[in-house]
Design a binder for this molecule. Structure first.
Ligand code: ADP
Ligand code: ZN
Length: 724
């Protein structure tokens, strides 16, 4: 079995140009290769695709990937194919004859990755199991299986048939958004057996978090324009609440001279597709969208996300800001917050089907917006992740509010919670702490507790703020599934036992239309800088090149190579093809196809003559050959004949480079064919005036020597028997 890490790393380097695994990737892959079921929880941009794509390439048979996001599915397949990897998709967006052809290719064993929508898989599962050799099944967006999730899809509950159909094949479930309850649902609903779980950190430290309260529409627009200027080569998204607001924002930004697209569910499907395509291809700088935008977007160079209105829950918010900075480079997020939005959202919640869940989710979102502690800690504690330090990359960390030592205060609250056996909600806990006397307090004998009234010195509002901060800091957990009872977390127990201190932000009554943030948004807009370094020139040049290649290959820009790769090239300023090997994100196929264009861009940026040195084509064939590709594969990728490639390699050999000639043609073939050539060489003298090429048809007719073999042997003869 190809289970070792070296083999996997080698494959990843070759197919993707990545030099190492991201956290969790290898753990998940190796568990799968051992035949175990696997659950992968990684934030958007964490690198989930590699977790199933790489084992799919390594294993026998074809991997089936179930995903509800058809547009994203089609993009991924296009990206894989552009990198020379055998993938196909079956879904309702494709023509039926295309779907059939894809199935047929899978049946012939020509595909390693088959993406299918859940509806289609369930329809065809019986015959797929008979006709296609399946290596394993990956269920993407697995949170859709849970009613608790924010994106429940009933069809997902039928995916249990995967396990029933393939009892012995491993199943991998992947998702980027899952709160604790959803996580627990996933394995059960897919029938996974003792799955290996990888729970990645949801921390995205490269995203800066900022909430601006009470700004006017004009100030908001200035802020967006400022962002668009600052990241003029990249793009951003503005999320608005309603279709109308989206259209209005689009218009305003267009008046400011930005290339803006508008996207919402009320537009015709073709229009939405066009806008999405132009955004992905980098022709639009800004998209103004309702939440309907982005589900199918996998674009790595979104540099900023602005929420013009507060989202309804943390999951959506986190997923939406998560569309920025997927390449790991710094990205900015801003949430504009006004009390009016909260009221609008409350009305939505009243009309929604799951009023209780949605209302508490909105509460949490509001607390996040009004928070005075590190915002990242709030987000991570929502995903049950304990972060023990402030992030330094959110507005609250940058402009901290006055703090107080809240350890004793927190202990009082925690002990009240423990005394009622974690069976009361926030309001009752405050009543106990303040020694209040509503009927339920007396009925449940809470007035007899030692903690009753220990917090009399603080007002209800103060306790509210401190308890909320404790929830945000991950000291208390809200049991949404159990009537919102409060209970201490592990970190909370530490505080209670005196093992951990708590710092809280001093309570201050909220001010809507906060002047300090107004002043902040009146800061002058940063103008673009015009003195540019060679690196910056190169970055622009590479992005332009990428756009050209993308439209030629009919894929999105970032699929050609990501911003990380652009940045790495700009850092190294490579002048030779060998310098390109090992640059993050450049697969061998990309190097082989585009080294000329890339190196020319570097020369331009450095102010060198554009013409490349001679002999680079030989070098490129040498690189691919030494990376393990055979002559025919190199020829196919480079669009040359095998004879030409053999010529490159033998020239390198003659120059003293290490080339294993017997990988070009086996030694025995060489001996036989070169002997035949020597023996019949005199024929060409008489028949075609000395052109030894003309010998080939004769040798083919009489001895079955194919043209490729002939020219490979000729290349070798030139270096091994220079006199002939
Ligand atoms: P997810 O599906 O988790 O949102 P992706 O699989 O789309 O994330 O990966 C996000 C980005 O990270 C992509 O641009 C991908 O090419 C890149 N990436 C994934 N794994 C690695 C790795 N091991 N090294 C470098 N880049 C990686
Ligand atoms: Zn912070």
């Amino acid at each position: 079995m190809l289970q070792n890490k070296e083999v996997a790393l080698e494959a990843m380097r070759k197919y993707y140009g990545f030099s190492g695994f991201r956290p969790g990737q290898w753990e998940a892959i190796s568990a799968l290769l051992e035949g175990r079921d696997v659950v992968v929880l990684m934030p958007t941009g964490g690198g989930k695709s590699i977790c199933f794509q790489l084992p799919a390439l390594m294993m026998d048979g074809c991997c089936i990937i179930v995903s509800p996001l058809i547009a994203l599915m089609n993009d991924q397949v296009a990206a894989l194919r552009a990198n020379g990897l055998p993938a196909g998709a079956v879904n309702s967006m494709r023509q039926e004859h295309e779907n059939r052809a894809t199935y047929e290719a899978a049946m012939r064993g020509e595909l390693k990755l088959l993406y299918i929508s859940p509806e289609r898989l369930l329809m065809d599962i019986a015959w797929i199991s008979n006709a296609i050799k399946v290596s394993f099944v990956a269920v993407d967006e697995a949170h859709c299986i849970s009613q608790w999730g924010h994106d429940f899809r009933p069809v997902y509950t039928d995916l249990i048939r995967i396990r029933q159909t393939w009892p012995d094949i491993a199943v991998m479930a992947l998702t980027a958004t899952a709160d604790r309850l959803t996580r627990d649902d996933i394995s059960g609903a897919l029938g996974l057996r003792d799955p290996f779980r990888y729970v990645g950190s949801f921390d995205r430290p490269n995203l800066s978090l900022r909430v601006i309260q009470g700004s006017t529409q004009k100030e908001r627009i200035r802020t967006v324009v400022g962002l668009a200027y600052r990241y003029s080569m990249d793009c951003g998204i503005v999320y608005c609440l309603s279709r109308k607001a989206t259209e209005k924002m689009t218009e305003k930004l267009r008046e400011e001279g930005l290339r803006v697209g508008c996207y919402h569910a009320g537009l015709p499907a073709e229009e939405r597709e066009r806008v999405q395509r132009e955004f992905v291809n980098g022709r639009l700088q800004v998209i103004c969208a309702t939440i309907a935008f982005g589900m199918g977007i996998d674009k790595s160079n979104v540099r900023w996300v602005v929420h013009n209105n507060i989202p309804g829950n943390i999951e959506s918010y986190y997923q939406e800001i998560g569309r920025a900075g997927r390449d790991g480079l710094p990205a900015e997020t801003i949430l504009f917050y006004s009390y009016g939005d909260i009221i609008t959202r409350r009305n939505f919640v009243e009309e929604s089907g799951q009023k209780d869940i949605n209302s508490s989710k909105l509460d949490f979102m509001q607390r996040y917006a009004e928070a005075s502690v590190c915002r990242r800690r709030i987000l991570l504690s929502y995903f049950s992740e304990d972060m023990d330090h402030d992030c330094g990359n959110c507005d609250n960390c940058r402009n901290p509010r006055p703090k107080l030592d809240g350890t004793v205060l927190a202990q009082k609250a925690l002990s009240a919670i423990v005394r009622v056996a974690s069976s009361e909600s926030l309001n009752v806990i405050i009543e106990i702490l303040r020694g209040m006397t509503p009927r339920h307090i007396i009925e449940r004998k809470y007035n007899m507790l030692p903690t009753y009234g220990v917090g009399k010195d603080l007002s209800v509002q103060e306790w509210n703020s401190y308890l909320l901060q404790m929830i945000q800091l991950g000291l208390i957990e809200v049991a949404y599934e159990d009537r919102f009872h409060l209970r201490p977390t592990q970190a909370g127990w530490k505080v209670l036992k005196g093992e951990r201190k708590v710092e809280l932000a001093r309570y201050a009554a909220p001010v809507y239309g906060d002047f300090s943030s107004r002043r902040a948004s009146r800061e002058p807009v940063e103008k673009p800088v015009y003195t540019r370094s060679p690196q910056e020139i190169l970055v622009d040049g590479l992005k332009a090149l990428r756009a050209d290649i993308a439209s030629e290959e009919k894929v999105a820009d970032y699929m050609v190579f990501s911003d990380v790769t652009v940045k790495a090239i700009a850092e190294h300023m490579p002048l030779l093809p060998t310098d390109l090997v090992g640059i993050e994100g450049l697969s061998l196929v990309r190097i082989a196809k585009y080294y000329k264009q890339i190196l020319t861009k570097v020369r331009e940026a450095k102010g060198l003559k554009r013409t490349l040195p001679k002999g680079l084509s030989d070098t490129v064939s040498g690189i691919l050959f030494r990376q393990g590709m055979d002559v025919d594969a190199i020829a196919a990728i480079r669009g040359m004949t095998p004879g030409t490639v053999a010529g490159h390699l033998t020239r390198l050999y003659a120059d003293g480079e290490e080339i294993d000639l017997w990988r070009i043609v086996p030694e025995s073939t060489y001996k036989t064919v070169s002997a035949l050539i020597a023996e019949h060489a005199d024929r060409v003298e008489t028949e075609s005036g000395g052109d030894i090429k003309a010998l080939q048809p004769y040798l083919e007719q009489n001895f079955g020597i194919a043209p490729d073999i002939y020219s490979k042997v000729r290349s070798l003869m030139r270096v091994l028997q220079p006199q002939s």
